[in-house]
Ligand binder design. Structure first.
Ligand code: PHE
Length: 338
């Protein structure tokens, strides 16, 4: 039948032509030619009414099938163009989106430097609880009940928990270590400490210390000096002056404080060292016999302990005037330490 042949010719032509088109514009043209208002298929559909009535249903059906086939093929082909055009619109030469790269906090950098030096001297790292009891924080360390550091103005007590408190220094870990170990032992203990201090340029209620403890049968004050002078020369500079000043701590005897020549003014006196030419960096001393006893040691041991503030070392190391800068989370400040 003439009309059947016409329909298969249109179908054949369409599928041949569409295989060769290269652009979205050509695709649009082919759409107009076949199924546009005056297109080949549309024209035949309109001519249906002129056909003998008995042929109309089957011819109409064939034409609708063809129209659907053409529409589907055009849609499928247009997807191909859409994706290839989208790909082309990505400019691969543009720089990538910047992303924020974090840096270590200066206090962590300093803690790492300090612990590395003590590791190289044979110390190992231990930690203790932030919530302490009265015994470990004070009594065992030979701090009697009337001692001012027990005053509620310094110590943050925990409500309803007996005599529990937030540790005011890392020294209570000395007791915990000695209770569970037999000498020789050499440990450093970094960690947070808490005191009920008003915030200013050199005080903050949360701060960090590193405790050191070396106990054996024949440890002398010369070992204390050797280790601490070695630490200062590695941490700062081998040429820096050091000065041991006698001092008092209830848990060491004799006790001392270690000063270093001011690295800002090299000892001539400036505002950082208050015109002294020296800055205090840590407290230390030979472990008090009562502390050994409280830790349960019956044999005779000797040892030294020291404690330093990480913030203090960081302020000196970087030449920073105000400790609050460490906690303000101002990225302009923190990013400088990458
Ligand atoms: N715990 C003391 C402080 O917080 C420091 C210290 C530690 C002193 C060990 C001597 C020995 O000030």
């Amino acid at each position: 039948m003439e009309i059947d042949r016409e329909i298969s010719r249109i179908r054949k032509n369409f599928f041949e032509t569409i295989e060769n088109i290269k652009t979205a514009e050509q695709l649009n043209n082919i759409k107009v030619v076949y199924i546009g208002r005056k297109g080949k298929v549309s024209r035949l559909l309109r001519g249906l009414s002129e056909l003998p009535e008995n042929l109309r249903p089957s011819v109409g059906q064939q034409l609708n099938i063809l129209k659907n086939e053409i529409e589907a093929k055009i849609k499928e082909t247009s997807l191909r163009f859409a994706t290839s055009e989208e790909t082309l619109s990505i400019d691969e030469t543009l720089p990538g989106r910047p992303f924020f790269k974090g840096v270590h906090h200066p206090l962590n950098i300093i803690r790492e430097k300090i612990t590395e030096i003590f590791f190289s001297l044979g110390f190992s790292l231990v930690e203790g609880p932030l919530i302490e009891d009265d015994w470990h924080n004070f009594t065992a360390l030979n701090i009697p009940e009337f001692h001012p550091s027990r005053d509620t103005h310094d110590t943050l007590y925990i409500e309803g928990e007996g005599h529990n408190l937030l540790r005011t220094h890392t020294s209570p870990v000395q007791i915990r270590i000695m209770k569970n170990n037999t000498p020789p032992l050499a440990v450093i203990v970094p960690g947070k400490c808490f005191r009920k201090d008003a915030i200013d340029a050199s005080h903050f209620p949360v701060f960090h210390q590193i405790e050191g403890l070396w106990v054996d049968k024949d440890i002398s004050f010369a070992d204390l000096k050797g280790v601490l002078i070695g630490f200062i020369s590695r941490m700062f500079s081998p040429n820096l002056k050091t000065r041991f000043r006698s001092s008092y701590f209830p848990f060491t005897e004799p006790s001392c404080e270690l000063d270093i020549g001011c690295p800002i003014c090299s000892g001539s006196g400036c505002s950082t060292c208050g015109g002294q030419g020296f800055i205090e960096v840590l407290g230390a001393g030979m472990v008090h016999p009562k502390v050994f006893r409280n830790a349960g040691y019956t044999e005779k041991y000797q040892g030294f302990a020291f404690g330093m503030g990480i913030e203090r070392i960081a302020l000196i190391y970087y030449g920073i005037a105000d400790l609050r800068d460490f906690y303000n989370n101002d990225l302009r400040f923190l990013e400088q330490f990458g």
